[in-house]
Design a protein around this ligand. Structure first.
Ligand code: APR
Length: 320
Protein backbone atom coordinates (compact mmCIF):
# COMPACT_ATOMS: atom_id res chain seq x y z
CA UNK A 1 0.00 0.00 0.00
CA UNK A 2 1.31 3.43 -0.89
CA UNK A 3 2.14 5.75 1.98
CA UNK A 4 -0.46 8.24 3.06
CA UNK A 5 0.10 11.85 2.11
CA UNK A 6 -0.28 14.70 4.57
CA UNK A 7 -0.34 18.25 3.25
CA UNK A 8 0.29 21.09 5.65
CA UNK A 9 -0.88 24.49 4.41
CA UNK A 10 1.15 27.06 6.31
CA UNK A 11 4.75 26.27 7.24
CA UNK A 12 5.00 28.52 10.28
CA UNK A 13 5.31 27.54 13.91
CA UNK A 14 2.38 25.13 13.95
CA UNK A 15 3.02 23.86 10.40
CA UNK A 16 6.64 22.98 11.19
CA UNK A 17 5.67 21.25 14.43
CA UNK A 18 2.92 19.32 12.66
CA UNK A 19 5.45 18.09 10.10
CA UNK A 20 7.87 17.01 12.82
CA UNK A 21 5.17 15.09 14.72
CA UNK A 22 3.73 13.49 11.57
CA UNK A 23 7.20 12.27 10.59
CA UNK A 24 8.01 10.95 14.07
CA UNK A 25 4.70 9.12 14.20
CA UNK A 26 5.14 7.69 10.70
CA UNK A 27 1.82 9.02 9.46
CA UNK A 28 3.00 9.25 5.85
CA UNK A 29 4.80 11.51 3.39
CA UNK A 30 4.54 15.18 4.12
CA UNK A 31 4.19 18.25 1.92
CA UNK A 32 4.70 21.65 3.53
CA UNK A 33 3.09 24.49 1.58
CA UNK A 34 3.55 28.21 2.23
CA UNK A 35 3.31 31.44 0.24
CA UNK A 36 6.74 32.53 1.47
CA UNK A 37 9.47 31.17 -0.77
CA UNK A 38 12.22 29.20 0.91
CA UNK A 39 10.53 28.65 4.28
CA UNK A 40 8.67 25.42 3.48
CA UNK A 41 11.66 24.16 1.48
CA UNK A 42 14.08 25.01 4.29
CA UNK A 43 11.93 23.44 6.98
CA UNK A 44 11.36 20.34 4.83
CA UNK A 45 15.12 19.91 4.39
CA UNK A 46 15.81 20.44 8.09
CA UNK A 47 13.07 17.97 9.05
CA UNK A 48 14.25 15.42 6.48
CA UNK A 49 17.63 15.48 8.18
CA UNK A 50 15.95 14.26 11.40
CA UNK A 51 15.18 11.03 9.53
CA UNK A 52 18.57 9.33 9.89
CA UNK A 53 18.63 10.09 13.62
CA UNK A 54 15.04 9.19 14.35
CA UNK A 55 14.87 6.39 11.81
CA UNK A 56 11.93 7.62 9.79
CA UNK A 57 11.68 7.36 6.02
CA UNK A 58 8.94 9.91 5.40
CA UNK A 59 9.49 11.98 2.30
CA UNK A 60 9.18 15.60 3.38
CA UNK A 61 8.99 18.30 0.73
CA UNK A 62 8.44 22.04 0.78
CA UNK A 63 6.55 23.91 -1.91
CA UNK A 64 4.89 27.15 -3.00
CA UNK A 65 2.78 25.36 -5.59
CA UNK A 66 -0.67 23.98 -4.74
CA UNK A 67 -0.25 21.33 -7.45
CA UNK A 68 2.08 19.52 -5.03
CA UNK A 69 -0.73 18.78 -2.56
CA UNK A 70 -2.53 16.67 -5.17
CA UNK A 71 -3.78 13.39 -3.78
CA UNK A 72 -3.35 14.38 -0.12
CA UNK A 73 -5.28 12.18 2.31
CA UNK A 74 -5.22 14.74 5.10
CA UNK A 75 -4.72 18.49 4.90
CA UNK A 76 -4.04 20.57 8.00
CA UNK A 77 -4.46 24.32 7.52
CA UNK A 78 -2.53 26.80 9.66
CA UNK A 79 -2.02 29.43 6.97
CA UNK A 80 -2.58 33.00 8.06
CA UNK A 81 -1.40 35.28 10.79
CA UNK A 82 -1.18 34.45 14.47
CA UNK A 83 -2.05 36.67 17.43
CA UNK A 84 0.27 39.18 19.03
CA UNK A 85 -0.24 40.48 22.59
CA UNK A 86 -3.38 42.61 22.87
CA UNK A 87 -5.09 40.95 19.91
CA UNK A 88 -8.13 38.71 20.20
CA UNK A 89 -8.58 35.77 17.85
CA UNK A 90 -11.35 37.79 16.20
CA UNK A 91 -8.90 40.58 15.30
CA UNK A 92 -7.40 38.16 12.78
CA UNK A 93 -10.66 37.79 10.88
CA UNK A 94 -10.14 40.13 7.88
CA UNK A 95 -6.64 38.94 7.01
CA UNK A 96 -7.23 35.25 7.56
CA UNK A 97 -10.53 35.22 5.67
CA UNK A 98 -8.64 36.16 2.49
CA UNK A 99 -6.13 33.42 3.23
CA UNK A 100 -8.96 30.87 3.63
CA UNK A 101 -10.28 31.83 0.21
CA UNK A 102 -6.94 31.10 -1.46
CA UNK A 103 -6.47 27.89 0.55
CA UNK A 104 -10.04 26.69 -0.10
CA UNK A 105 -9.61 27.18 -3.83
CA UNK A 106 -6.23 25.44 -3.78
CA UNK A 107 -7.72 22.43 -1.99
CA UNK A 108 -10.77 22.27 -4.26
CA UNK A 109 -8.57 22.26 -7.36
CA UNK A 110 -5.97 19.77 -6.14
CA UNK A 111 -7.13 17.56 -3.29
CA UNK A 112 -10.94 17.54 -3.09
CA UNK A 113 -11.02 14.07 -1.46
CA UNK A 114 -8.91 15.01 1.55
CA UNK A 115 -9.98 15.20 5.19
CA UNK A 116 -9.32 18.83 6.07
CA UNK A 117 -8.49 20.05 9.56
CA UNK A 118 -8.48 23.82 10.03
CA UNK A 119 -6.45 25.39 12.83
CA UNK A 120 -6.33 29.01 11.62
CA UNK A 121 -8.09 31.51 13.90
CA UNK A 122 -10.69 32.76 14.58
CA UNK A 123 -11.32 29.05 14.32
CA UNK A 124 -15.09 28.64 14.14
CA UNK A 125 -15.43 31.29 11.44
CA UNK A 126 -12.35 30.22 9.49
CA UNK A 127 -13.37 26.53 9.30
CA UNK A 128 -16.82 27.58 8.11
CA UNK A 129 -15.33 29.91 5.47
CA UNK A 130 -12.78 27.29 4.37
CA UNK A 131 -15.62 24.81 3.83
CA UNK A 132 -17.59 27.40 1.85
CA UNK A 133 -14.62 28.35 -0.34
CA UNK A 134 -13.53 24.74 -0.91
CA UNK A 135 -16.99 23.28 -1.49
CA UNK A 136 -15.90 19.99 0.14
CA UNK A 137 -18.53 17.90 1.94
CA UNK A 138 -19.18 19.18 5.45
CA UNK A 139 -18.21 15.90 7.12
CA UNK A 140 -14.72 16.16 5.60
CA UNK A 141 -13.92 19.63 6.96
CA UNK A 142 -13.40 20.13 10.69
CA UNK A 143 -11.88 22.68 13.01
CA UNK A 144 -9.32 21.88 15.68
CA UNK A 145 -10.11 23.65 18.93
CA UNK A 146 -11.78 21.29 21.39
CA UNK A 147 -8.89 18.82 21.58
CA UNK A 148 -6.57 21.71 22.49
CA UNK A 149 -9.00 23.39 24.88
CA UNK A 150 -9.67 20.05 26.60
CA UNK A 151 -5.94 19.36 26.81
CA UNK A 152 -5.45 22.71 28.54
CA UNK A 153 -8.35 21.99 30.91
CA UNK A 154 -7.03 18.47 31.63
CA UNK A 155 -3.54 19.77 32.30
CA UNK A 156 -4.83 22.28 34.85
CA UNK A 157 -7.13 19.67 36.46
CA UNK A 158 -4.32 17.10 36.74
CA UNK A 159 -2.20 19.76 38.43
CA UNK A 160 -5.02 20.69 40.80
CA UNK A 161 -5.78 17.11 41.83
CA UNK A 162 -2.13 16.07 41.72
CA UNK A 163 -2.93 13.05 39.55
CA UNK A 164 -1.65 11.75 36.22
CA UNK A 165 -2.98 13.51 33.12
CA UNK A 166 -3.63 9.99 31.80
CA UNK A 167 -6.52 9.65 34.23
CA UNK A 168 -8.12 13.00 33.47
CA UNK A 169 -10.81 13.33 30.81
CA UNK A 170 -12.17 16.77 30.24
CA UNK A 171 -14.83 18.22 28.14
CA UNK A 172 -14.99 21.59 26.39
CA UNK A 173 -17.80 22.66 24.09
CA UNK A 174 -18.64 25.72 22.03
CA UNK A 175 -16.55 28.18 20.09
CA UNK A 176 -12.77 28.50 20.42
CA UNK A 177 -12.83 31.84 22.16
CA UNK A 178 -13.39 33.42 25.50
CA UNK A 179 -16.94 32.04 25.42
CA UNK A 180 -15.87 28.37 25.17
CA UNK A 181 -17.72 26.08 27.56
CA UNK A 182 -15.63 23.77 29.78
CA UNK A 183 -18.26 21.34 31.12
CA UNK A 184 -17.31 20.14 34.59
CA UNK A 185 -20.10 17.58 34.92
CA UNK A 186 -18.48 15.52 32.12
CA UNK A 187 -14.90 16.16 33.22
CA UNK A 188 -13.55 13.29 35.28
CA UNK A 189 -10.62 11.69 37.03
CA UNK A 190 -10.83 7.98 36.21
CA UNK A 191 -14.56 8.32 35.71
CA UNK A 192 -15.23 10.38 38.87
CA UNK A 193 -16.90 13.64 37.79
CA UNK A 194 -15.27 16.88 38.96
CA UNK A 195 -18.39 17.96 40.94
CA UNK A 196 -18.08 14.71 42.94
CA UNK A 197 -14.37 15.35 43.52
CA UNK A 198 -15.30 18.75 44.91
CA UNK A 199 -17.79 17.08 47.28
CA UNK A 200 -15.07 14.62 48.29
CA UNK A 201 -12.88 17.56 49.29
CA UNK A 202 -10.24 17.24 46.54
CA UNK A 203 -10.81 20.83 45.46
CA UNK A 204 -13.30 23.66 45.86
CA UNK A 205 -15.83 25.20 43.49
CA UNK A 206 -13.86 28.46 43.57
CA UNK A 207 -10.64 26.76 42.52
CA UNK A 208 -12.39 24.87 39.72
CA UNK A 209 -14.06 28.10 38.56
CA UNK A 210 -10.62 29.69 38.37
CA UNK A 211 -9.36 26.72 36.30
CA UNK A 212 -12.34 27.08 33.93
CA UNK A 213 -11.46 30.75 33.51
CA UNK A 214 -7.78 29.98 32.96
CA UNK A 215 -8.75 27.40 30.32
CA UNK A 216 -10.91 29.95 28.51
CA UNK A 217 -8.03 32.39 28.30
CA UNK A 218 -5.41 29.65 27.92
CA UNK A 219 -4.30 30.79 24.46
CA UNK A 220 -4.07 34.43 25.54
CA UNK A 221 -1.89 33.50 28.51
CA UNK A 222 0.66 31.96 26.13
CA UNK A 223 0.46 34.89 23.66
CA UNK A 224 1.19 37.22 26.59
CA UNK A 225 4.28 35.22 27.53
CA UNK A 226 5.65 34.59 24.03
CA UNK A 227 4.99 38.17 22.83
CA UNK A 228 5.87 37.31 19.22
CA UNK A 229 3.19 34.77 18.33
CA UNK A 230 0.80 32.21 19.74
CA UNK A 231 0.94 28.67 21.08
CA UNK A 232 2.12 26.00 18.69
CA UNK A 233 3.23 22.78 20.39
CA UNK A 234 -0.13 21.79 21.88
CA UNK A 235 -2.14 23.04 18.87
CA UNK A 236 0.04 20.87 16.60
CA UNK A 237 -0.25 17.81 18.85
CA UNK A 238 -4.02 18.26 18.89
CA UNK A 239 -4.24 18.55 15.11
CA UNK A 240 -2.18 15.38 14.72
CA UNK A 241 -4.51 13.45 17.08
CA UNK A 242 -7.40 14.33 14.78
CA UNK A 243 -5.43 13.37 11.65
CA UNK A 244 -4.52 10.00 13.21
CA UNK A 245 -8.16 9.34 14.10
CA UNK A 246 -9.06 9.73 10.43
CA UNK A 247 -6.05 7.98 8.87
CA UNK A 248 -6.25 4.97 11.21
CA UNK A 249 -10.05 4.82 11.38
CA UNK A 250 -9.78 5.08 15.17
CA UNK A 251 -13.39 6.22 15.66
CA UNK A 252 -12.20 8.44 18.46
CA UNK A 253 -14.68 10.60 20.31
CA UNK A 254 -13.08 14.02 20.14
CA UNK A 255 -14.40 17.53 20.53
CA UNK A 256 -14.16 19.33 17.19
CA UNK A 257 -15.71 22.28 15.40
CA UNK A 258 -18.13 20.62 12.99
CA UNK A 259 -21.07 21.63 10.86
CA UNK A 260 -24.26 21.24 12.88
CA UNK A 261 -27.62 20.61 11.31
CA UNK A 262 -29.95 21.00 14.28
CA UNK A 263 -27.93 19.17 16.94
CA UNK A 264 -27.70 21.18 20.17
CA UNK A 265 -30.35 23.45 18.63
CA UNK A 266 -27.78 24.86 16.18
CA UNK A 267 -28.32 24.88 12.44
CA UNK A 268 -25.83 25.49 9.64
CA UNK A 269 -22.98 26.65 11.84
CA UNK A 270 -19.58 25.24 12.82
CA UNK A 271 -19.42 24.85 16.60
CA UNK A 272 -17.32 22.69 18.91
CA UNK A 273 -19.09 19.50 20.01
CA UNK A 274 -18.04 15.89 20.61
CA UNK A 275 -17.91 13.84 17.43
CA UNK A 276 -16.73 10.45 16.25
CA UNK A 277 -13.81 10.75 13.80
CA UNK A 278 -12.91 7.73 11.68
CA UNK A 279 -12.27 6.82 8.06
CA UNK A 280 -15.57 8.47 7.11
CA UNK A 281 -14.43 11.83 8.47
CA UNK A 282 -16.97 13.13 10.97
CA UNK A 283 -19.00 9.94 11.34
CA UNK A 284 -21.31 11.05 14.11
CA UNK A 285 -22.18 14.06 16.23
CA UNK A 286 -22.55 13.01 19.86
CA UNK A 287 -25.37 14.95 21.47
CA UNK A 288 -25.07 14.91 25.25
CA UNK A 289 -27.50 16.25 27.83
CA UNK A 290 -26.38 19.55 29.31
CA UNK A 291 -27.47 21.22 32.52
CA UNK A 292 -29.04 24.67 32.32
CA UNK A 293 -25.81 26.50 33.04
CA UNK A 294 -23.91 24.68 30.26
CA UNK A 295 -26.84 25.21 27.89
CA UNK A 296 -26.84 28.95 28.64
CA UNK A 297 -23.07 29.17 28.18
CA UNK A 298 -23.28 27.25 24.91
CA UNK A 299 -25.95 29.67 23.64
CA UNK A 300 -23.63 32.62 24.38
CA UNK A 301 -20.80 30.86 22.58
CA UNK A 302 -22.98 30.09 19.55
CA UNK A 303 -24.05 33.74 19.36
CA UNK A 304 -20.39 34.79 19.34
CA UNK A 305 -19.73 32.41 16.42
CA UNK A 306 -22.78 33.78 14.56
CA UNK A 307 -21.46 37.33 14.94
CA UNK A 308 -18.18 36.28 13.35
CA UNK A 309 -20.01 34.84 10.34
CA UNK A 310 -21.91 38.11 9.89
CA UNK A 311 -18.54 39.88 9.89
CA UNK A 312 -17.16 37.39 7.31
CA UNK A 313 -20.14 37.92 5.03
CA UNK A 314 -19.73 41.70 5.28
CA UNK A 315 -16.09 41.36 4.18
CA UNK A 316 -16.68 38.83 1.36
CA UNK A 317 -20.06 39.01 -0.35
CA UNK A 318 -19.53 35.64 -2.08
CA UNK A 319 -20.20 34.07 1.32
CA UNK A 320 -23.80 35.33 1.44
N1 APR B 1 -1.16 30.57 2.08
C1 APR B 1 -0.30 29.76 2.73
N2 APR B 1 0.38 30.14 3.82
C2 APR B 1 0.21 31.38 4.25
C3 APR B 1 -0.68 32.30 3.63
C4 APR B 1 -1.38 31.84 2.49
N3 APR B 1 -2.22 32.62 1.84
N4 APR B 1 -0.64 33.46 4.32
C5 APR B 1 0.23 33.28 5.33
N5 APR B 1 0.74 32.04 5.29
C6 APR B 1 1.74 31.41 6.17
C7 APR B 1 2.79 32.36 6.69
O1 APR B 1 3.77 32.62 5.69
C8 APR B 1 3.35 31.58 7.88
O2 APR B 1 4.45 30.77 7.50
O3 APR B 1 1.12 30.89 7.34
C9 APR B 1 2.17 30.68 8.30
C10 APR B 1 1.64 30.98 9.68
O4 APR B 1 2.62 30.66 10.58
P1 APR B 1 2.87 31.46 11.94
O5 APR B 1 2.81 32.92 11.70
O6 APR B 1 4.09 30.89 12.56
O7 APR B 1 1.56 31.11 12.81
P2 APR B 1 1.25 29.78 13.64
O8 APR B 1 1.69 29.96 15.04
O9 APR B 1 1.70 28.60 12.88
O10 APR B 1 -0.36 29.87 13.67
C11 APR B 1 -1.11 29.77 12.48
O11 APR B 1 -3.06 28.97 13.63
O12 APR B 1 -3.58 28.86 15.90
C12 APR B 1 -3.72 29.56 14.71
O13 APR B 1 -4.01 31.80 15.51
C13 APR B 1 -3.14 30.93 14.83
O14 APR B 1 -4.21 31.71 12.86
C14 APR B 1 -2.97 31.29 13.39
C15 APR B 1 -2.59 29.96 12.75
Amino acid sequence: MARKKIALIGAGNIGGTLAHLAALKGLGDIVLFDVVEGVPQGKALDLSQCGPVEGFDAKITGTNDYADIAGADVIIVTAGVARKPGMSRDDLLGINLKVMKAVGEGIAANAPNAFVICITNPLDAMVWALREFSGLPHHMVVGMAGVLDSARFSHFLADEFNVSVKDVTSFVLGGHGDTMVPVIQYSTVSGIPVPDLIKMGFSTQERIDAIVQRTRSGGGEIVGLLKTGSAFYAPATSGIAMAEAYLNDQKRVLPAAVHLTGQYGVDNLYVGVPVVIGAGGVEKVVEIALDDEAKGNLAVSVDAVKELLVACKAIDSSLN
